[in-house]
Design a protein. Structure first.
Length: 448
C-alpha cells in the first residue's frame, strides 16, 4: 500500500461508503485500517457480532486485539475464543481503540449508538453493518443482485443496507434515482401483545382505530409508492401484528407483482396464529419472516406458542430469523419547544429519516416520529407528511415526497425526545404512564 493510501480516520468513512455500495475494491484498505489499532472492540456478541468477529480472525486480525462488549457478558463469557466484557469496560486507552458497532438493528444501531460511544470518550467508531457490506456481502456488481443471497445471509440487517438498495432492480437508470434502502408498509393497527414501550404506541390506539387496513387501501398505497419512486431495497411489512391480518398472503403477493424492489420482510412477535397453508403462499423466494423474541417478558404459554411458530416456519423452508431486539424508550411525543436551529440540527443528525420511511393508511411519512404524530392524531402538520390521495399522478407524488424529504426540519422534530433510554427487557407488557398524554391530546384534537 503506497504512502498516499495509508488508512486514516479522516478518509475512512468516505472509502467505507463507496465500498458498502460495491463501488471499487477497498477490502485491503479497510482491513489495514482495522489492523492499525491495538484494541478493537465489537459492540454486540449476537448473531451478527459472532459472524463478524469470526470473519476478522480469518482475515488475520490479531486475536489479542479483539474483544466483545455485550450486556450478556456473564452468560456468554467468550465467543469464538474472544472475551466478552461488560459494555464500556476492559479498555485502558480510549483514544487509540476502535469500536465496531455490531448491533445491526434497533435503536442502538444508528446515531443513538454512535453518540453513546463518543460521549464515553471513544474517538474511533465504525458501523459493523457497513463493514459487512463492504467486506463480506456476496451480492457483487460483477455478478448482479440475487435476492437469495439476502435470504440466505441471516445475520445481517436489511434495514440500512446500502449494498442492497444500490444493486436491486430499479425503475430508472438515472445517475441519482430516488431509492430507499427501506420502506415500511403498516398493514394494521392491532396486535396480540401490549408492550409498554411499543415504538408504534399500539396501546394508545382507540378501539375504533385497532383495525386491519383494507386490501384495497393497501394495494393503492403500494401502487402509488412503487410508481412514484425508483425502488425500495427492503420492503418491510409490519403492524401491529401482521399475522393478524386475514389477507396477509394477498398483500405479499401484490408487492411481488412489482419489479423495483429487493426483498420483503414480515416482522412478527410470534404470539399469533401462523397457518401452514399461509406459509406455503409466503414462500416465494423473496420473503423472510422476522421473529422478534420478547419471550423474556412473556408468560410460559406465550413462550411455548412462540417456539411452536418458529418451529413451524423452520419446517416450511421459508427464510426466517429469530432475534432479541434491544429496545430503547420511544419518544414521548411531548412538545420540546426547540428553536428552529435545534430542529434543523436534529433532523440533520437523525438516522430515522433514512431507515424509517413509513406508508400507513394512505399517508407517506418520512420518519417514525412523523408517523407517530400523524397516525395518533397528535397534530396536523401538513408539511410533515403526504396524504397519498391528495395527489393526482405518480409524478406529483414523487415531487411531494422529494419536497417533504428535503425539508430542513419537521415540526414533528419538536416532539422527538424524552426517550432513548435502553430497556433491560424488551417487550415488557402493560401500559406505561409515560405515554398516557397521547390519549388526552388525541381526544382534544378530535374535539376541535
Amino acid at each position: 500500500m503506497s504512502q498516499s493510501n495509508i488508512p486514516t480516520s479522516e478518509n475512512i468513512e468516505n472509502i467505507l461508503e463507496l465500498a458498502r455500495r460495491g463501488v471499487g475494491n477497498h477490502s485491503e484498505y479497510l482491513l489495514s485500517y482495522i489492523k492499525s489499532f491495538d484494541k478493537i472492540v465489537l459492540r454486540g456478541a449476537g448473531n451478527f457480532g459472532s459472524a463478524f468477529g469470526h470473519f476478522l480472525q480469518k482475515e488475520n486480525v490479531p486475536k489479542s486485539s479483539l474483544s466483545y462488549w455485550d450486556k450478556r457478558f456473564e452468560e456468554l463469557q467468550e465467543v469464538h475464543g474472544l472475551k466478552v466484557n461488560k459494555p464500556f469496560s476492559g479498555v485502558s486507552d480510549k483514544k487509540n481503540s476502535l469500536i465496531i458497532n455490531c448491533i445491526p438493528n434497533g435503536s442502538l444501531s444508528g446515531s443513538v449508538g454512535k453518540d453513546e460511544f463518543f460521549r464515553e470518550g471513544y474517538q474511533h467508531y465504525l458501523s459493523g453493518m457497513a463493514l459487512f457490506e463492504a467486506l463480506m456481502c456476496e451480492n457483487k456488481p460483477e455478478t448482479g443482485f440475487d435476492a437469495k443471497v439476502c435470504l440466505d445471509t441471516t445475520f445481517c440487517n436489511w434495514c440500512s443496507c446500502k449494498r442492497l438498495s444500490a444493486m436491486m432492480p430499479k425503475n430508472s437508470s438515472d445517475d441519482e434515482p430516488l431509492v430507499y434502502s427501506l420502506a415500511t408498509f403498516v398493514i394494521n393497527q392491532k396486535c396480540t401483545l401490549s408492550c409498554s414501550h411499543c415504538g408504534q404506541y399500539i396501546n394508545h390506539y382507540s378501539k375504533e382505530e385497532r383495525v386491519n387496513f383494507s386490501l384495497d387501501i393497501l394495494k393503492k398505497d403500494i401502487d402509488h409508492i412503487f410508481d412514484a419512486i425508483d425502488g425500495i431495497g427492503y420492503v418491510s411489512i409490519i403492524g401491529g401484528e401482521p399475522f393478524v391480518h386475514p389477507e396477509l398472503d394477498k398483500i405479499i403477493e401484490y408487492v411481488n407483482t412489482k419489479t423495483n424492489f429487493g426483498v420483503i420482510g414480515i416482522t412478527t412477535n410470534g404470539i399469533c396464529d401462523i397457518d401452514d397453508q399461509l406459509l406455503l403462499k409466503l414462500n416465494n423466494g423473496k420473503t423472510r419472516i422476522i421473529f422478534s423474541d420478547y419471550t423474556a417478558a412473556l408468560t410460559d404459554n406465550q413462550a411455548k406458542l412462540f417456539k411452536k411458530n418458529v418451529d413451524k416456519v423452520a419446517k416450511s423452508g421459508i427464510s426466517y430469523t429469530v432475534g432479541q431486539p434491544i429496545w430503547a424508550t420511544p419518544a414521548s411525543l411531548r412538545k420540546l419547544h426547540l428553536s428552529e436551529s435545534e430542529k434543523i440540527n436534529k433532523k440533520a443528525n437523525c438516522n430515522s429519516t433514512v431507515t424509517c420511511k413509513t406508508i400507513q393508511n394512505g399517508v407517506y411519512y418520512p420518519c417514525s416520529t412523523t408517523a407517530a404524530m400523524g397516525s395518533h392524531h397528535q397534530a396536523k402538520f401538513k408539511n410533515d407528511w403526504v396524504e397519498i390521495d391528495s395527489v393526482s399522478s405518480p409524478e406529483e407524488l414523487r415531487e411531494r415526497i422529494l419536497e417533504i424529504d428535503g425539508q430542513p426540519y419537521y415540526e414533528s422534530c419538536d416532539h422527538c425526545g424524552e426517550g432513548g433510554k435502553e430497556l433491560a427487557i424488551s417487550g415488557e407488557q402493560g401500559v406505561s404512564e409515560s405515554y398516557i398524554h397521547i390519549d388526552a391530546i388525541k381526544r382534544s384534537n378530535r374535539n376541535k
